[in-house]
Ligand binder design. Sequence first.
Ligand code: ZN
Length: 254
Amino acid sequence: MKSIISWTLRNIPRKYLQLVSHFAMKIYAIFLRGTRVSCPVCKSKFSKFVPYGRLEPRDNALCPNCLALERHRLMYMYLQQKTNFFQAKLKVLHVAPEYCFIDRFEKMKNLDYITADIESPLAKVKMDLHHIPFEDNTFDVVFCNHVLEHVEDDIQCMREMRRVLKPTGWAIMQSPQDWSLATTFEDKTITDPKERERLFKQDDHFRIYGRDYNKRLEQGGWKVTEDKFGVNMPPDQTMRFALPKDEIIYLCQK
Ligand SMILES: [Zn+2]
C-alpha cells in the first residue's frame, strides 16, 4: 500500500490528485474501522490513519475522511485553542487552500473567506503570489502553508502577503523545515527536476528551509512569534490525534 501511495504522489499531478483522492479514500476508510485515532478537523475516528508521503510514506498520517494530515490537524487545534479564528469577524485570504479546510471555512458565518492559488482547481482566485491582486491592508488573516518552498522569490511573496494584511492582522505561513540544517539551502541555478528532487526533496521545490525559517520570515518583514504548541502537546493527545511532534507554529504579524 505504501509503495502505491508513494508512486501515485510522485507521478500524478497534484491538481488531478486533489480532485479524485477524496473518493478513493472513502473506500479505503472501510478497512480502518476503529476508534484508536481521532481527527480534530472532521471528528471521525479510525483504527489508524492512512500512510502518506512521496519518497518514504509515513504511517498513520492522512485522515481518509477529510484528507487532513498531521500538520493540518495541528493547525486546526492551534486555531481553536490559540486564536480568535472561530469567533471574530474576519476577512481571510487562504493561499493554496488545503482540501480539508475549504468547505469548513467557507461555511463559517464569521468569515469572509477567499481562496487563491496559481493553479489549484480548488481555489476561487487565480493569482501569482509574487503579485497579489488585492489592495494594501485588506485582510485580517492570511494562510499560506507549504507554498513558500515552491516559489521563485519567497521573500517577495512574504512581503506581498504582509502588504495585503491589515496592521492588526495575523498570518500563518508554515513550510517544511529540515531541522538538521542551520541555514536554509537554496540554489536557483538548479533547474533540472531530478536534481531538485535529490537536493530539495521534491522536483518543484526551490529550497529547503532550515532552523533559520523564523529569520527568513523576518527578512520578509514579519514580526514572528514562535509557538511550540505541538512540541508541548501532552503525549496522549499527540498520539490520539496523530500530530507532528517537532512542528513549531510561526505566528506572523506586521
Ligand atoms: Zn478528518
